[in-house]
Design a protein. Structure first.
Length: 114
């Protein structure tokens, strides 16, 4: 079955960095573009970053441009989100998803607070 296991979330101070990972299984990872989303209580899930199958087409939410970097390793079936210069407004549960599949993982909590 299709699974996404997100990890790497933590509590950090403003200005800190985190690297999120999403291990995917149950489908041909290299055939799917991947996305990172985030969600805070009471709000809709927000698209943060996307990466094409081969990693040659990448897009970001305007508010994270220059701070976040999405990448993937098709040999490891894993997508990453490097987050630098974190701000309190980045606090959310972060999820990964394949663009062509209707499945979600449990997410990983990122909290940015002093």
């Amino acid at each position: 079955q299709v699974q996404f296991v997100e990890s790497g979330g933590a509590s950090v101070q403003p200005g800190g960095s985190l690297r999120l990972s999403c291990a995917a299984s149950g489908f041909t990872f290299s055939n799917s573009a991947m996305r990172w989303y985030r969600q805070t209580p009471g709000k809709e899930r927000e698209l943060v970053a996307s990466i094409s199958r081969l990693g040659d087409n990448i897009n970001y939410l305007d508010s994270v441009k220059g701070r976040f970097t999405i990448s993937r390793d098709n040999r490891k079936n894993t997508v990453y989100l490097q987050m630098n210069s974190l701000k309190p407004e980045d606090t959310a549960v972060y999820y990964c998803k394949a663009t062509n599949l209707p499945y979600w993982g449990r997410g990983t909590q990122v909290t940015v607070s002093s």
